[in-house]
Write a protein that binds this ligand. Sequence first.
Ligand code: KG4
Ligand code: ZN
Length: 327
Amino acid sequence: MKILGIESSCDETAAAIVEDGRRVLSNEIASQVEIHARYGGVVPEVASRQHILSVIPVIQKAMEDAKAGWDDIDGIAVTVGPGLAGSLLVGASVAKALAAVKGLPLVGVNHLEAHIYANWLGETEPVFPLLCLIVSGGHSDLVLMRGHGEYTLLGRTRDDAAGEAFDKAARILGLGYPGGPAIDKAAENGNPCIDLPHSWIKGTADFSFSGVKTYLQKLSEEGKIDKDNVADLAASFQKAVVDVLAGKTIEAALQNDVRQILLSGGVAANRMLRRVITEKSHVPVLIPKPVFCTDNAAMVASCGYFRQKAGKTSPLDVDVIPGLKMS
Ligand code: KG4
Ligand code: ZN
């Protein structure tokens, strides 16, 4: 079964075709990162206008790369939230129109759930029960998954998301946007020798990252950040975040007796996080290829496949919900 996935929740316009939820036949992504970089973050109005320009060419390219005609497609999956309202509407409107015209089933997909399904695109198939750490620009969630579509939220951030913390820290350190890759790179030349606050909230799987960011902000205001210590600060910040993410994830994996740990979301592209969690875990750790960690439509198509197979398709008037929670 071949599913066309469409993703436009933030600043990437993406389309992909995935067979049976696991085999990626095409994966097209038009990134707006350079457009938003000059503002230091995503400008929602600019993002939605850009999606309108990109969405049709991106879908056409995904169809071409997969050598697929409309008769080959069995369903259309599209992100319906959470995300930026105007951006979500572009992908969802196109998906609805295509589903109506081509007579195909439509599946509205939760963006965070889709991030988890990026793990079905790898060599090893995930096995239940599993624990997934979703770390993106807007979320840091620890989710227990006992089967397809069966989620229990164990922990979440109480303030900044991990990716948001990376982006803000990079801005304070003058490393540019997007901050995650910039800190990952700067940390290569630094030592994690500066003891930054690690916020470990006892007795819960919740996270908090605003403290370490505020600490950097204070150093900056006191004029204590310069070109000689910026790489060490980047490495130390990265360590402070990774230590907590890996520690809380492994603790929750032990408590819930899971068979695997899955990483997902943009921050899962972070090289230190990938290494530390793999080294420390007592169970196998699955991590998508970096291109499937950050926003893409292959993960949406994979998630849509499993939903459609379970009979969970959506009506053509499915709503887009910017603050959609995972159910
Ligand atoms: O999942 P994603 O592409 O979009 C959202 O759903 O938010 O995640 C984007 C986030 C950004 O905050 C970005 O800085 C972060 O992922 N990110 C990274 C890395 N690559 C992307 N953070 C740390 N290290 C990286 N290598
Ligand atoms: Zn995302």
